[in-house]
Ligand binder design. Structure first.
Ligand SMILES: C[S@@+](CC[C@H](N)C(=O)[O-])C[C@H]1O[C@@H](n2cnc3c(N)ncnc32)[C@H](O)[C@@H]1O
Length: 252
């Protein structure tokens, strides 16, 4: 079909310009940066993109440029056929929606997304400091059983996409989006001001030791938590902690 469109203008150089691979996001195909760059293609105008779309069974066509070095991973994507760049991509049973001209979807992250989805996070409250369109936030909520995720993101287009995907996957009520610089929003949102992470564990441990001492000595003891030092984490839910506990017998 492309040969027919170009007629006598067809050449080996043009053939090399025809892509052999592309990304498909629903009804939109995303072509690589080096596709259809030669000048004769331009003369075909929209007929070229309609032909490409019909050959690939798509309705919209876009072409990738380089990701901009702006800290927001903004892609340089040009929409060549179609009215808008919003797409839906289903990955490991999760529906991601985003505007391909504004946000990046990285299929290369799939192994990490699968690993995150399989982590045992039941009941955990998580913070995703660089949430993007939810590559990790969504698997945490949909598959890993997280109770709640605080998702920080400063790219407003990614925030919009994340919001829509949370709704699509029915987990909007378990995520708070902190829109802005994660170095500031996490503090502003009270994430740093919450009770110390190990407080309830320390208090429970203190109560158990107090009970053991009372049983051993046959009279009441009191205990108070002086300090908790989180030394390191070996794995999810496996931590090395030091608890400074003051224990004294209750004087008659
Ligand atoms: C490479 S993407 C990573 C997205 C996802 N976590 C992943 O690994 O696929 C990094 C994201 O962090 C955001 N980002 C970078 N610095 C940030 C900051 N200081 N505060 C909030 N978001 C930030 C960018 O806009 C981008 O969406």
């Amino acid at each position: 079909e492309l040969r027919r469109l170009l007629g006598a203008g067809w050449s080996a150089e043009l053939e090399r310009d025809v892509p052999h691979a592309w990304l498909r996001h629903g009804d939109l195909v995303l072509l690589s940066e080096d596709s259809f760059r030669a000048e004769p293609w331009h003369r075909l105008g929209s007929a070229l993109w309609e032909t490409v779309a019909s050959a690939l069974g798509a309705r919209r066509v876009a072409r990738r440029g380089r990701v901009m070095p702006d800290g927001m991973r903004t892609p340089r994507v040009t929409l060549l056929l179609g009215q808008h760049g919003w797409v839906e991509h289903v990955d490991n049973g999760i529906r991601y929606t985003f505007d391909v001209t504004k946000c990046m979807f990285s299929p290369g992250n799939i192994t990490e997304k699968l690993r995150v989805a399989s982590l045992p996070c039941t009941g955990e409250v998580l913070v995703d400091l660089y949430a993007g369109i939810g590559y990790f936030t969504l698997p945490f909520l949909v598959h890993a059983g997280a109770a709640f995720v605080h998702a920080c993101e400063w790219n407003s287009h990614a925030v919009e996409a994340l919001h829509r995907s949370l709704v699509l996957n029915g987990v909007r009520d378990r995520c708070r989006i902190h829109s802005g610089d994660s170095r500031q929003v996490s503090g502003a949102a009270g994430l740093r001001d919450r009770p110390p992470e190990w407080q309830s564990w320390a208090e429970g441990t203190a109560a158990r030791i107090q009970g053991l001492l009372a049983e051993l000595h046959g009279r009441p003891w009191r205990s108070s938590v002086l300090h908790v030092e989180a030394v390191k984490s070996y794995a999810p839910r496996v931590h090395h902690l030091v608890l400074d506990l003051e224990c004294r017998p209750v004087l008659p």
